[in-house]
Design a protein around this ligand. Structure first.
Ligand code: PLP
Length: 301
């Protein structure tokens, strides 16, 4: 099998040999923004939305980025094509983009950003999660809060994620199977440590508004598909109460697409099984991407 390549500042290098300076702002102070997109049938899903979110993150983080939109499209597509042959038969891949402020000295004054792309097979990450498509995920709200939107706006997809690591560790202390669902500074539900959250309450689909979350591409897709099915979707502040008393809940993310959530802070959501709206939306997702992402995940489990 071909060796995976990493793109570092315009050069393709084998993954094992790729390096950036330990004085890079990404390493020294976690000052970097990222993007991750996945393939279906070896084509990037909603790349324009991912690309535009990356460009917005770069601008909002006040970083310099030398590439035009057309160049970014071209290098990303070429990078994907070079790495697709490294996938096992039947697998799909993810492309990660990382842009940092660049190499710094003792003071932060870099002028040239660092731009890295990496490629990964989806199967190793899906393997451990596949069982939860049937059983539903457990989520717990940990004591560590999400970043205050007035400190770093969560609409920027940034890499400094210490608060997320702490939150997931805290959630596992309560329930070893649980993922952390972050509360914001006001006690509203915000998002997971790499995913967005929805509840279904009395026929209405509710999800936190963009004020305190990342504008997830899978979230956007789910909202569009739900509205297309005639469901009412409201983007609004929701509290733990809404999850505790919800009929159904689910999460969305690039790698998992959409997955039921069946336990919240130690209590079952609804009857503790994936609900009918969730299952209907998952079927609609599969049709939309023309790909059975659940069968794909289970295949490696
Ligand atoms: C903090 C956060 N929220 C939500 C998401 C889900 O976004 P998307 O659906 O674009 O993967 C991610 C994805 O990595 C994330 O990091």
């Amino acid at each position: 099998m071909k060796q995976r390549q990493v793109y570092v500042n315009g050069e393709m290098v084998p993954e094992e040999e790729a390096r950036i300076s330990i004085f890079d702002s990404a390493v020294l102070i976690g000052d970097s923004v990222i993007e991750t997109a996945r393939t279906f049938h070896h084509k990037l899903f909603r790349w324009p939305e991912h690309r535009d979110r990356l460009l917005r993150s770069i601008k909002a983080a006040r970083m310099n980025f030398g590439l035009t939109t057309a160049e970014l499209d071209r290098v990303t597509q070429k990078f994907l094509e070079d790495n697709l042959p490294t996938l096992e038969e039947g697998d799909e891949g993810g492309v990660g983009h990382l842009v940092s402020r660049g190499r710094m000295g003792l003071v932060l004054s870099p002028t040239t950003s660092t731009f890295v792309m990496y490629f990964y097979p989806l199967s190793p990450g899906l393997k451990a999660k596949a069982v939860y498509y049937d059983k539903g995920l457990h989520v717990v709200t940990p004591p560590t809060r999400h970043m205050h939107p007035l400190t770093v706006d969560p609409k920027i997809k940034y890499r400094s994620r210490l608060h997320f690591s702490l939150a997931d560790a805290e959630a596992r202390l309560i329930d070893p199977e649980a993922l952390a669902l972050m509360l914001d500074h006001q006690g509203n539900l915000a998002e997971g440590t790499g995913w967005n959250f929805f509840v279904v309450n009395r026929g209405e689909v509710l999800t936190p508004s963009e004020r305190n979350i990342l504008q997830g591409v899978s979230r956007l897709t789910t909202i569009e598909l739900a509205r297309g099915l005639g469901m009412t979707v409201r983007e609004t502040d929701i509290q733990p109460y809404h999850a505790t008393t919800a009929d159904e809940a689910f999460m969305t993310s690039t790698s998992l697409c959409m997955m039921p959530v069946t336990r919240f802070n130690g209590q079952p959501i609804g009857d503790g099984r994936p609900g009918p709206c969730t299952l209907r939306l998952i079927e609609r997702w599969k049709e939309y991407v023309d790909f059975d992402f659940i069968a794909h995940a289970k295949r490696w489990a």
